[in-house]
Design a binder for this molecule. Structure first.
Ligand code: B12
Length: 301
């Protein structure tokens, strides 16, 4: 159930006066809901959105059900990837949460935190695994912690609009769950009702999901390709089915070499989560500007 806070609690959380808080509510800067007794209440996700967008430092994160801060001054991405590696490899769940949520509370876009902190940390862990400095179990454990952080983050984002549906998956044989979950979070952070179908999904099943749900956007995260030619033909079938119902297909991931990309048809290729964010924002604006019936089939980019 949605957690609701009083204006007084939100004021305390961000170190503002209760009267300022009420004024911001009256001005519509903060969306409120009314209790049966007619009192204003603020969903915790809305309080977080306001604090992030208006640059209010959260002085009492616990009121907003956020983990205690690691170090209030450490709100820039610099140095965070190294600290995250240390937290992940020592199985320090609390520190890993705090590093990511401090950046989130400081208003850093989730896409930036993913590209410059979490992905960088995993690159280091991958190198350490390759040179036997890190055991297999530590790599797996690090993934589990990162997934818990991402799921927690999902619950802190304002619920997206229902009509902007996005679906995503990884192909059969691709077990990488972090990039697909990050993509889901990035899309949700910019208003898409994004749902990951999960990893290792056969193309036929993805096509069924696209036909059934008619999403505005389908993202495919490709970190591992077991069979290149099967991938290319499956992917192009997916694109074909998606373009018939005007679904944009976005691809990204470490396994997509230039050679493979040139043989694919897609609406957008993204190297990073920030690229995905920008594309999703643009597509959202275009989708909202054009009445559904008047929309033309999208062209390959
Ligand atoms: C964790 C991990 C695994 C885990 C994943 C668990 C899980 N639940 O996700 C498991 C155990 C499955 C695994 C298995 C393997 N792994 Co592995 N793995 C990693 C590791 C350490 C991290 C990967 C990760 O999730 N990173 C975090 C993500 C978010 O970062 P990213 O992939 O760079 O993604 C960024 C961009 O590419 C982009 N992006 C990615 N996807 C998408 C999608 C969209 C839509 C968009 C917009 C953008 C985007 O945005 C992201 C953020 O910036 C990497 C090291 C590394 N360098 O990444 C090795 C690594 C990728 N693995 C490697 C290997 C060899 C393997 C195995 C083949 C090992 C084996 N012999 O079995 C298998 C293959 C698995 C398979 N069939 O899928 C090698 C690959 C080497 C190579 N040259 O290709 C690496 C590089 C390790 C190394 N240093 O050698 N692995």
């Amino acid at each position: 159930m949605e957690q609701l806070l009083s204006p007084k609690q939100v004021a305390e959380a961000i170190g503002a006066s209760e009267s300022s808080l009420k004024r911001w509510c009256d001005q519509g800067l903060i969306q409120t809901v009314k209790t049966a007794g007619g009192h204003r209440r603020i969903p915790v996700q809305e309080a977080l959105r306001f604090a992030r967008e208006q640059n209010h430092a959260v002085v009492e994160p616990r009121i907003l059900s956020m983990p205690a801060s690691e170090d209030r001054k450490a709100r820039r991405v610099e140095g965070c990837a190294e600290r995250l590696v240390e937290a992940l490899l020592t199985d320090n769940d609390a520190a890993a949460h705090a590093i990511v949520f401090d950046l989130f509370l400081a208003g850093q876009p989730v896409s930036l935190v993913f590209d410059e902190v979490i992905a960088v940390a995993f690159r280091t862990i991958g190198e350490k695994w390759d040179s036997h400095e890190v055991d297999v179990y530590q790599e797996r454990c690090s993934c589990q912690i990162a997934l818990r952080v991402l799921h927690e983050l999902r619950s802190k984002l304002v619920s997206p609009e229902r009509e902007l549906v996005a679906l995503g998956a990884t192909i059969e044989g691709d077990q990488y769950s972090l990039p697909i979950t990050m993509s889901e979070m990035v899309l949700r952070s910019v208003g898409w009702d994004a749902r990951s179908l999960g990893s290792s999904i056969p193309f036929d099943s993805m096509i069924n999901a696209v036909k059934r749900h008619e999403p505005g956007l389908f993202w495919l995260s490709v970190s591992f390709i077991p069979d290149e030619s099967a991938f290319i033909s499956g992917f192009n079938r997916l694109f074909e089915a998606a373009s018939k119902i005007n679904t944009a297909v976005v691809v990204g991931g470490r396994a997509l070499t230039t050679e493979i990309r040139t043989r694919l048809r897609y609406s957008a290729f993204c190297d990073t989560m920030r690229h995905l964010e920008e594309f999703a924002k643009t597509l959202r604006r275009q989708t909202e500007a054009v009445p559904k019936k008047a929309r033309k089939p999208r062209k390959n980019a």
